[in-house]
Every structure is written in structure tokens, then in C-alpha cells.
Design a protein around this ligand. Structure first.
Ligand code: SF4
Length: 388
């Protein structure tokens, strides 16, 4: 099997080239051809020595992902479904805005965390993606979009990457970090650390490792103000709990490129959206961790048994946070007509960990209703899985 050059960050590529008897500056040239120019044919890399091109042809490749489908929403959002083999498919979404383009990237085929409100979690889990499979999503989207938009040399289509697609990125840490380094590298995509965001369901020890190895912007899926409810919505919470998670967020800020953590909060009708729960959130974070809240409209899917909070309840919830001085945004739903909105990415996954069956059993025993005591309603479900 030829080595997939998308698997390497620059240091890895330099090592690979050294193994071929080539100097580091050759690795830099190669890296720039691949990531800055989107070239995969060594013969077209005109300033590489012919001898190097011949060596590469014999032992290396730039392995693109096979595109199963591409859908473009009325609002310009683009969703790609990529085949990653073994019956698995992953999704990647481009979200254009007036001042920037954001790519939502997947880190795993499926997800083992099993968050109650997440369509990906209900698909189950198959496997981690390789670094090359993570980077290939950006490589494909950036160079496709540049060509389609007719961008001039040096102009980029994607300024922002959010690791918020399928999977929990911190459960695929070994592949994630080299991929982040390629996103950040000036010889590749040159993205600012502030514009690359890892979204996690809250893996405390891995948040500490990311702070040391490759601090980028951090988003934490909170979704509840207390452990009783969060244990049910994000099963991973049972391991460390909210207090340990907030402590990890405070430590992360020492190295973070932004001076706040973004807390994601999916608004679930009658479950986590009351004014009292908003006040509990204020008590939880105020004076402890600098943060912003991003309130996410839930995108319902039948197996969840959950409903989207009414707009007025979301606004009232946001008002409580804002009155306490916490910057709060309500996420605009994008790409709904192509099932590309947050929490709708499902792909196609061979569920090797039986997450689907466990969640189906839970759905069967959880009443589908607005709950006055959300934790007690959700507590009737045996928990499973782990948690972005
Ligand atoms: S960790 Fe993220 S992808 Fe996995 S189930 Fe939870 S919300 Fe979905």
C-alpha cells in the first residue's frame, strides 16, 4: 500500500522524505503542492526534482475520499457524503456566511458517545477516521469550492474549521492532532488557532492533553446545568461530572487562543429549557469560567423522542444568560432542507458497538413528552455509551 501523504503533518512528511533520502525543504515543497494547490499528481508538481517525483510515484499517494453524494441547500450550505470503506460513510458540511466560510468536519465513522439528542449518536459507531481521512475532507472542500467560486490564487474558501461533524474528536486524539497541525500550518491551510474549533462532549483528561499539545478554540457540549440531567443527555458525564469539566475548561483557558470557552446547549422542549435551568447555568459558570453560550435549536428525529423548544422559550432562556452578562447566541439553522443542520449528520455506519440497539431500548422506555421534571423523565432510561 502506498503511504497516504494526507496522513502527515509537516514534521511527519519531513520524516517520510528523509526516509527517501530527501531534504526537509523538499517536504515543504511537497506539502505546499498538496495542501495549498490541491495537487495530487506528482508529475504536475513542476518544481520537484524528477528523481523525487519518480520515488513518490513508487511509494506514495494523495488519497482523496470517494464522494457518494453532494447536496447544495437553498441557503448555499453544501453537504458531502464520503465513502470511507467497509460500508461506512461520513458527512462534511460547508456553511457560507457573508464574512467567512466554515467547514464542519467529521472525526469518526459514527459515534460511541450516544448523546440523546444526536442523530449521529443514534447511528452507532464503527471506527476512528485516520488523519488522512480527516484532512481529506478539508482538502476536497477547499479545492472544490475554490474552483467553483473562481477564487484567485491565494484566496481561500474556508476560513473556519469546526470539528463538530460526526464523532467525538477527542476520542480519536492520535489522528486528530496531526490533522489540526496541518490545518494550522502556514505551508498548508494557514488557519488561525482561533478559527479552528474542537468540539467535545467533555472528556476531561483529553481536554488537558489538547491544551498541552495543540491548543485551538474549544467548544464544550454542556446541555444541562446539573449532573442529574447531564448524566442522561450526555452519558460521558457520569465519568467526571460537571465540576471536573469546568475545572478542565479553566485550565484550558491558560493556553487557549481565545479567552473564553464556548458552551453548546441544545434546547430541548421541557427537558433543559426552563428559566430556572438558565439561572442554574448562571450560578454554575459565573465568576468561574469565562464563557459564551451558543443555544442550538434541536433538529428532531423520530428515534430521539425529543422536541425542539419553542422560539419564545429559547429567547427567554437567552435573556436570563444575557442579563447575567454572559454573551449568548442562538444558532441559525442552516441547510435543513438537505439534512445538514446541527445534529442531523447521520451518514451510514456499520454499528460495531451496538449503540443503535442500546439507544433503541432507551427510546422505548422514555416517555415522549414535555417534562416538568426533566431529569426524572430521562432517568427512566438506562444510560449507555460515552459523548460533542
Ligand atoms: S459526542 Fe457529538 S457526535 Fe457523538 S453523540 Fe454526542 S453530540 Fe453526537
Amino acid at each position: 500500500m502506498p503511504a497516504n501523504l494526507l496522513d502527515f503533518d509537516l514534521e511527519g512528511l519531513a520524516d517520510f522524505c528523509a526516509g527517501l533520502g530527501e531534504k526537509r525543504f523538499r517536504a515543504v515543497q511537497l506539502y505546499r503542492w498538496i495542501h495549498q494547490k490541491g495537487e495530487s499528481d506528482f508529475e504536475r508538481m513542476s518544481d520537484l526534482a524528477k528523481s523525487l517525483r519518480a520515488k513518490l510515484a513508487g511509494c506514495a499517494a494523495v488519497q482523496r475520499l470517494a464522494v457518494i453524494s453532494e447536496h447544495v441547500s437553498a441557503d448555499g450550505t453544501v453537504k458531502w457524503l464520503f465513502d470511507v470503506g467497509g460500508g461506512n460513510a461520513i458527512e462534511t458540511v460547508f456553511i457560507p456566511e457573508a464574512d467567512r466560510g466554515t467547514l464542519c468536519v467529521s472525526s469518526q465513522a459514527g459515534c460511541a458517545v450516544g448523546c440523546r439528542f444526536c442523530s449521529t449518536g443514534h447511528q452507532g459507531f464503527s471506527r476512528n477516521l485516520s488523519t488522512g481521512e480527516i484532512v481529506a475532507q478539508l482538502w476536497h472542500a477547499e479545492h472544490q469550492l475554490r474552483a467553483r467560486l473562481g477564487l484567485a490564487a491565494g484566496e481561500r474558501a474556508i476560513d473556519n474549521v469546526v470539528m463538530m461533524g460526526m464523532g467525538e474528536p477527542l476520542q480519536n486524539y492520535a489522528a486528530l492532532v496531526p490533522a489540526l497541525r496541518t490545518m494550522l500550518d502556514d505551508h498548508a491551510y494557514g488557519l488561525s488557532r482561533r478559527r479552528v474549533t474542537v468540539s467535545t462532549s467533555g472528556m476531561v483528561t483529553m481536554i488537558d492533553r489538547l491544551r498541552q499539545d495543540c491548543p485551538v478554540a474549544l467548544a464544550v457540549s454542556l446541555h444541562a446545568p446539573d449532573d442529574a440531567l447531564r448524566d442522561q443527555l450526555v452519558p460521558l458525564n457520569r465519568k467526571d461530572g460537571i465540576q471536573a469539566l469546568l475545572d478542565a475548561c479553566v485550565r484550558y483557558l491558560e493556553a487557549a487562543p481565545r479567552d473564553f470557552i464556548t458552551f453548546e446547549y441544545c434546547m430541548l422542549d421541557g427537558v433543559n429549557d426552563s428559566p430556572a435551568q438558565a439561572q442554574a447555568l448562571v450560578r454554575l459558570v459565573q465568576g468561574r469560567v469565562l464563557c459564551k453560550f451558543n443555544l442550538i435549536p434541536f433538529n428532531p428525529f423520530p428515534a430521539s423522542g425529543l422536541h425542539r423548544s419553542p422560539r419564545e422559550r429559547v429567547l427567554a432562556f437567552a435573556q436570563v444568560l444575557q442579563d447575567a452578562g454572559i454573551i449568548t447566541t442562538i444558532r441559525k439553522t442552516r441547510g435543513e432542507d438537505i439534512d445538514a443542520a446541527c445534529g442531523q449528520l447521520a451518514g451510514e455506519v456499520q454499528d460495531r458497538t451496538a449503540v443503535q440497539q442500546r439507544l433503541a431500548r432507551r427510546s422505548a422506555v422514555i416517555p415522549i413528552a414535555a417534562a416538568s421534571s426533566a431529569a426524572s423523565v430521562l432517568a427512566s432510561a438506562p444510560a449507555s455509551g460515552v459523548a460533542s
